[in-house]
Design a protein around this ligand. Structure first.
Ligand code: ZN
Length: 263
């Protein structure tokens, strides 16, 4: 019976789990946005939750034979088993409001949504498919940044993904970037901040280096709410903060404006 209930991380209230799920994984009491999986996100965004995933079978290599607490190759196997995903991003195509769109969604539960070669490659491929089919691209980021286990190969994904979304811009195809909690490091420093519109869910942590690193570097206390969505909106770094329950309609409206199609 215990599993039916959970505590909200934000307001500390004990809540009936199903009430949270029915509310798109947002706390019904305080509006705290819980982290959701890539698949849950795709189900929320696409019309009738219908879509096809693609590039599902691109698997990471371990070119550096990297070992931290365990071998990177073992960590990958462990994460595949844990998440039922092959990598930290899922590519899908379907329609939103009847408009054919490509969506890449990151999943934090796979190695903190870190961007290694495969994540970079998949986002690039999604952008390239969108370009080929003259369709919009939407990314939903939820990521701790570049994947250290792949060293410089991860850093190269910043340039690769940035170039890929730049080609959409050259072709006048819309690219909408959605940032969920958290969107940090190399993900922020590349495609996530390059949307035609950059929007975030409420109270998402968005930044490059973490607050502690910045405080230690500049030896100053950071202002309250620093690196949260609302702070970034106020300081011109975001175009909007959108609650999850409005996100789908918001994106559809934006796409119709970009594509100049009222229907
Ligand atoms: Zn709450």
């Amino acid at each position: 019976m215990e599993n039916l209930w959970t505590r909200c991380n934000n307001c500390r209230r004990i809540l009936y789990k199903q009430d949270i799920i029915d509310n798109l994984s947002v706390c019904p009491a305080c509006n705290f946005h819980f982290r959701i999986s890539a698949i849950e996100r795709l189900n929320m965004l696409f019309d009738e939750a219908v879509y096809q995933t693609f590039d599902d079978n691109i698997l990471a290599q371990d070119p550096l034979n990297f070992v931290d607490k365990m071998k990177y190759s073992e960590r990958l196997v462990q994460n595949v088993e844990k998440t039922n995903l092959n990598e930290a991003v899922v590519n899908a195509v379907g329609t939103m409001g009847g408009i054919r769109v490509f969506i890449s969604v990151m999943d934090f539960s796979f190695m903190g949504g870190s961007m290694g070669s495969v994540v970079g490659e998949k986002i690039t491929r999604a952008a390239e498919r969108a370009l080929k089919e003259k369709a919009p691209l939407i990314t939903v980021s939820c990521s701790g940044g570049a994947r250290m286990q792949e060293g410089v190969l991860s850093l190269m994904q910043l340039m690769k993904t940035s170039s890929a979304v730049a080609r959409l811009s050259q072709a006048s195809l819309p690219f909408i970037s959605v940032m969920a909690d958290p969107t940090t490091g190399g993900t922020t420093a590349s495609f996530a901040m390059l949307g035609d519109i950059n929007i975030a869910e409420p109270n998402a942590l968005i930044g490059f280096a973490g607050p502690r690193v910045i405080e230690q570097t500049i030896r100053e206390k950071l202002p309250k709410g620093f690196q949260r969505s609302e702070f970034l909106l106020e300081h011109g770094m975001l175009d909007d903060v959108v609650e999850r329950k409005h996100l789908r309609d918001y994106i559809i409206r934006a796409l119709r404006l970009f594509l100049n199609s009222p229907q």
